[in-house]
Design a protein around this ligand. Sequence first.
Ligand code: MG
Length: 331
Amino acid sequence: MKSITLAHGNGGEENGRLIEELFYRHFQNKILHQAEDAAVIGKGALAFTTDSFTVTPLFFKGGDIGKLSICGTCNDLAMMGAKPKYLTCAVIIEEGFEISALEKIVLSMKYELEKNGAIIVSGDTKVVPKGSVDKLFINTTGIGEIRYKGISANALSLDDVIIVSGSIGRHGASIFLEREGMEFSTALESDCRSLWPVVEKLIEADIDIKAMRDATRGGVAAVLNEWARQSDICIEVEEEKVPISREVKGVCELLGFEAFSLANEGTFILAVSAQDAPKALELLRSIEASSMAEIIGEVTTGYPQKVLLKTPYGTSRFLELPSGELLPRIC
Ligand code: MG
């Protein structure tokens, strides 16, 4: 392949290959190769991450690009057990963009920052001629203070239990429908939300957390496959245990999407030791943001580096890392 295709940004197979074969190859260092949601720096005390946001439409049911730009970066910090603290914000704005719309976006960012107890401490503003960028792109970079050490995609081991914090695929499904101007169901909206308040409660309850990852681009399928590969384990999932709303199921049936590959922006996967799983589940269900949490599977020695989906009928299939173009510009 000589040039970049949309598949190179899918959060799945092609995206992973581009990162490994180009960025990791040239930038190689030990921290980068951990391939975590956020890099652990400062002798293990700090988490550090960055994310760019190109979502279209800019305003969608359940959020907007501003809210998303804070949730995305803060959630990646939270997934490493880190309390979001300091963020930078860089915007690339197309000439002609309405200042009132920009202010609405900035106010969403402010509101979401407050939920995380984080602040913007540095920023950059670029304006480009009409047509050089589609309306507005935002980059945020964040530093968090690690409150729970050792969380890692490389730390899963036999018998760990896999929990999902809520019903899957809502962000991807709702963004797609809005973009296509399809009126489907008023009940369907993005799950976009900040996860630090939930993570803080898990840490306070002293749950034995092995790994956490927000199931963004590439969805639950990407997270589980990344964990299976990085920890060299097999993850077995009971398909009917995975919560999928009626609306998302409907969209998937109608349009041929796989709910496991659809993006989430406020739903995460948690791996805990088997003994702490009931306690973690009970705690998650007591919090509104994760009231639909379910235990969906466990780590086994079945097929190393593979994710096995088991149906109620006793059959099973591998859940693969998503590939192809999927849905571009959902985040
Ligand atoms: Mg993430």
